[in-house]
Design a protein around this ligand. Structure first.
Ligand SMILES: C[S@@+](CC[C@H](N)C(=O)[O-])C[C@H]1O[C@@H](n2cnc3c(N)ncnc32)[C@H](O)[C@@H]1O
Length: 455
């Protein structure tokens, strides 16, 4: 079945939860009439799809700009006198890698039809996250592992999950946070007859996945943190799937915390490396998963448990996760730990292992949806709502303002002593007290000018 008609059967509107219908290159809500476009071959199931595309477009553009910056900085570095010839060679490798990476990413920007918007400086000031910085872990390496570093790590993962899941059919399987989607792809091939929906919030990963499942190739670059030798500082990685998928595999952009899946619409719901990276409390998330599963449907989870919640009480252990399952209408069929290789790139000195946790749990009863303890403020949703100031805001304004005041005083005519005397009235400190602050702030700004971004 083609993607949009199938999605119209399985999905509900992320805004009002009414049914959707397939239109030309879009899904349209039968209730609120909101349109969910199909851009770059992907359905965008977000509340405000245009904003999402602009935001992700900024990230990709910013990444291209960052690469350009790096290339210019490296070219200047090449001119440093007395460099070893092997150093010159290494710099040449990195520059070449960044140029080719820039070209490949430009092509993806082109597919997204993102207009050039905002300077490098503006994106830096606004804190525009680069695609790899969406979380603390950074997921770019997942693309290389999934499609470029060979089979062994992917196979070990799929073997472990097959053991946990057993031979039972997957039916309609939704994979939330599928990333570059290799695991979804492997399970789809291992369990013939499945219908797979691979869902992620990040169009970069799904654009990569779309190319892979279509049998196309991408030439991406790896810049390892711990390169094993000179040539490993920039390595071209050919990304390609073992074979294309023709039937039953669909990619979809959406937010896992508000899965637009209809109630009781899926047989299997897989969350690979997701439950601990979501901002939503697992107790609330588990009730949403319960809702979209059919009676007897299975929730299968895999990954580490490294929760990044602000509240310690929400950073759960394995034992608490199993308790949450029981309280959210699930019966645990199997849970297991396995030590597996983790992002072991062939060109890196680092070889990490992780003790990973998986479970398969059957939905045995319906439970009510648990509300978020701290919901998104209304003024972030409704553009005309007044924004009420919060206590820490003044502090944040003061910190940013002080930094801007200090940096703006550097005009090519002043010393540290001049600056410290000049800033006495603004900073409410003596010139002597200001000096170490200035050394730290300006020292950091000086270091930052050299800081190359890696991807
Ligand atoms: C740790 S990565 C795991 C990726 C993939 N499952 C794997 O095993 O390689 C987490 C993934 O969740 C996605 N993600 C994070 N927040 C999400 C959300 N709210 N909705 C959907 N996907 C999300 C990220 O884009 C990323 O692809």
């Amino acid at each position: 079945m083609r993607t949009l008609p199938l999605l119209a059967q399985l999905l509900g509107c992320p805004v009002c939860e009414s049914s959707l219908e397939a239109a030309t290159e879009a899904l349209v809500c039968k209730g609120c009439k909101q349109t969910y476009p199909n851009w770059a071959g992907l359905p965008w199931l977000f509340h405000r799809p245009h904003e999402y595309r602009a935001d992700w477009g900024h990230r990709l553009r910013f990444y291209v700009q960052s690469l350009e910056r790096d290339i210019q900085t490296l070219k200047l570095e090449q001119k440093i006198p007395d460099l070893l010839s092997s150093t010159v060679e290494r710099l040449r490798y990195i520059i070449q890698g960044k140029i080719e990476q820039q070209r490949e990413i430009e092509k993806l920007c082109h597919e997204l039809e993102v207009p050039a918007m905002g300077s490098y400086e503006l994106h830096t000031a606004m804190g525009t996250p680069l695609p790899e910085q969406q979380s603390l872990l950074g997921y770019y390496a997942n693309v290389l592992r999934d499609w470029g570093w060979g089979e062994s790590e992917n196979q070990a993962t799929a073997d472990f999950l097959s053991e946990v899941m057993g031979p039972e059919q997957l039916g309609v399987m939704a994979v939330l946070g599928s990333g570059p989607s290799r695991l979804a792809y492997d399970l789809h091939r291992r369990y013939p007859g499945s219908t797979t929906l691979a869902i992620d919030i990040n169009p970069f990963y799904l654009l990569v996945a779309a190319r892979m499942i279509a049998g196309k190739t991408l030439q991406l670059y790896e810049f390892p943190m711990a390169p094993r030798d000179l040539k490993s500082f920039a390595v071209k990685v050919k990304c390609k799937a073992p074979e294309p998928i023709k039937e039953g595999f669909h990619l979809l952009l959406g937010d896992a915390t508000r899965p637009s899946l209809k109630p009781a619409s899926v047989d299997t719901l897989l969350t690979p490396w997701l439950i601990d990276v979501l901002p939503l409390d697992l107790r609330a998330f588990a009730t949403r998963i319960n809702r979209v599963l059919k009676p007897d449907g299975r929730w299968v989870n895999f990954g580490a448990l490294v929760f990044h919640q602000t509240l310690q009480s929400r950073c759960y252990s394995r034992e608490e996760v199993l308790d949450i399952l029981a309280a959210s209408g699930f019966e645990v069929l199997k849970s297991a730990d396995r030590e597996l290789p983790y992002l072991q790139g062939p060109h890196s000195c680092q070889k990490r292992l992780e003790l990973l946790f998986a479970f398969s749990a059957r939905k045995v009863r319906e439970v009510p949806i648990l509300a978020e303890v701290e919901p998104t403020p209304a003024w972030l949703e409704h553009v005309t709502d007044i924004i009420p100031p919060w206590p820490e805001l003044q502090q944040q304004v003061f910190i940013n303002h002080s930094l801007a005041v200090i940096l703006a005083q550097v005009n090519g005519q002043r010393s540290l002593r001049d600056l410290s005397e000049l800033l006495v009235p603004q900073m409410g400190m003596s010139a002597e007290q200001i000096l170490p602050v200035l050394r730290r702030v300006l020292g950091k700004a000086w270091d930052q000018r050299l800081k190359a971004r890696t991807f």
